[in-house]
Design a protein around this ligand. Structure first.
Ligand code: GDP
Length: 473
């Protein structure tokens, strides 16, 4: 390949390698530095693939307004455990997929589409909960357009409800509240509405602008209303995509299938993915051998917001990886290899955890008004609130502290996920991180700081903020 690109003879390249002490055969991979040496020896100029090149190949041309067509919204269901997320997803699917329709039985591929009675198509992500949502976001895929927050009417706003609210807010995704289990005798939907007020979610019935719908995943009551509420929210968002361009999508699930090889479920975000398309996805690449939809049918193409299983990958990508269709095999492979190498280097560097100061500096570089996002966990509610209040007072026109999430209890993997997705440190006040959270934080380079005196915490953040200010002058 190297010989080919330099338009030199293979034998000459092998010989040159040998004189440099590398006994390589024709199909052996050599490292980039060696390649560079050889290329220079042959008198050619080295052009290493860079992020910018990758951007160039993956066309980032603006879509022409006339090419933009409205597309279905993509919805994630979040909420506290046992409040009925899975039941709701199943109920929606069962109610709206007509049995006997070609291929009638739905397949679990990670997402599915339904059509409301008024004809709007909606795409639901089939993995409920915010862990999936956040890990996708941390890999660069913002897949969700609308979050449906499920709260059980016979329960209340619970810790994971609050987490879900904060995740949706951090991602700036609009929310619709589904007050579930309305069939239960103990159901008290107004209590849920009042509870939500404390978390700055003001539903329509409380004269706010967040839609709220009473539903039962068991009896099916209110399901149509919920779907219409989603359709309405989607209309407001005016979601558009250009079906005529090369496809871009996000992996929502991927696994190595014994019979079929690596399989990824991709949600197309822009363009149309077709059989035969050459693509790169994260650190993998391939050519679309087959596309299978959520009803288990083989399809020739998938347009915006359509979930499909993609066959024909060289390896298994990860959820959240972005898929881009490119022109040639060589481009696809080159980008995938470049990314693999870059990822390796990043992993090596991640050992050194990001410091508060670095995070601040990054925040500064990003925007005009810099924001330091933070996650706070404390032993008791009172401390959490006191810290949040103190944090919100720090800063001025240039620097602001933004509390993404505050809660009571140990620092968990979810907290780390949220922090990573937003480039935030995690502050533990009289609480520690559990083992999994610590490992994840190490791997991802998320900084965890422990405090037992509120003043110390405030002081550290202030110092970081003022350091940033003086650097600015
Ligand atoms: P998840 O953890 O949020 O996914 O919750 P599940 O969907 O697993 O539901 C938890 C439990 O609540 C299950 O036993 C469900 O049968 C029950 N459940 C869910 N939705 C409803 C509902 O609308 N009404 C009643 N009565 N039970 C429900």
């Amino acid at each position: 390949e190297l010989a080919n690109r330099m338009t030199e003879r293979v034998a000459d390249v092998v010989k040159a390698l040998m004189t440099n002490g590398i006994m390589a055969t024709q199909n052996q991979t050599i490292d980039a530095d060696t390649a560079e040496l050889i290329i220079e020896e042959f008198g050619h100029t080295v052009v290493r693939v860079s992020d910018a090149d990758v951007e160039d190949v993956i066309q980032t041309v603006e879509d022409k307004p006339e090419d933009l067509k409205s597309r279905p919204p993509i919805i994630t269901i979040m909420g506290h455990v046992d409040h009925g997320k899975t039941s709701l997803l199943d109920a929606i699917r069962n109610a709206k997929v007509v049995a006997g329709e070609a291929g009638g039985i739905t397949q679990h591929i990670g997402a599915y589409q339904v059509k409301t009675d008024s004809g709007t198509v909606l795409s639901f992500l089939d993995t409920p909960g915010h862990a999936a949502f956040t890990s996708m976001r941390s890999r660069g895929a913002q897949v969700t357009d609308i979050v449906v927050l499920v709260v059980a009417a016979d329960d209340a706003v619970m810790p994971q409800t609050v987490e879900a609210i904060n995740h949706a807010k951090a991602a700036e995704v609009p929310m619709i509240v589904a007050i579930n289990k309305i069939d239960r005798p103990a159901a008290n939907p107004d209590k849920v509405r009042t509870d939500l007020l404390q978390h700055e979610v003001i539903v329509e019935k409380m004269s706010g602008d967040v839609q709220d719908v009473e539903v039962s995943a068991i009896t099916g009551q209110g399901l149509d209303d919920l779907l219409e509420a989603i359709a309405l929210q989607a209309e407001i968002l005016e979601l558009k995509a250009n079906p005529t361009r090369a496809a871009e999508g996000a992996v929502i699930e991927a696994q190595l299938d014994v019979g079929r090889g690596p399989v990824a479920t991709v949600l197309v975000q822009n363009g149309t993915l077709r059989q035969g398309d050459i693509f790169v996805v994260g650190e993998q690449y391939g050519k679309v051998r087959a596309l299978i939809n959520d009803k288990g049918e083989r399809v020739k193409e998938a347009g915006p917001a359509v979930p499909v299983e993609v066959l024909g990958l060289n390896g298994t990508p990860e959820a959240g990886d972005v898929l881009n269709v490119v022109e040639t095999d060589a481009q696809a492979r080159e980008i995938a290899e470049y990314r693999e190498k870059a990822a390796k280097e990043k992993r090596a560097a991640a050992g050194a955890a990001t410091t508060l100061e670095q995070l601040m500096a990054n925040a500064k570089a990003d925007e005009n008004v810099s924001e330091l996002p933070i996650v706070v966990k404390a032993d008791v509610q009172g401390s959490a609130e006191a810290i949040v209040q103190a944090m919100e007072k720090i800063g001025n026109d240039e620097v602001r502290v933004r509390v993404l999430h505050s809660g009571v209890g140990a620092i968990t993997e979810t907290d780390i996920g949220l922090a990573e997705a937003s480039g935030a440190p995690v502050f533990g006040f009289n609480v520690r991180a559990n083992a999994t959270a610590r490992n994840t934080a190490n791997q991802k380079g998320v900084e965890i700081r422990y405090y037992s005196v509120i003043y110390d915490l405030v002081d550290d953040v202030k110092k970081a903020a003022s350091g940033l200010l003086s650097a600015e002058i």
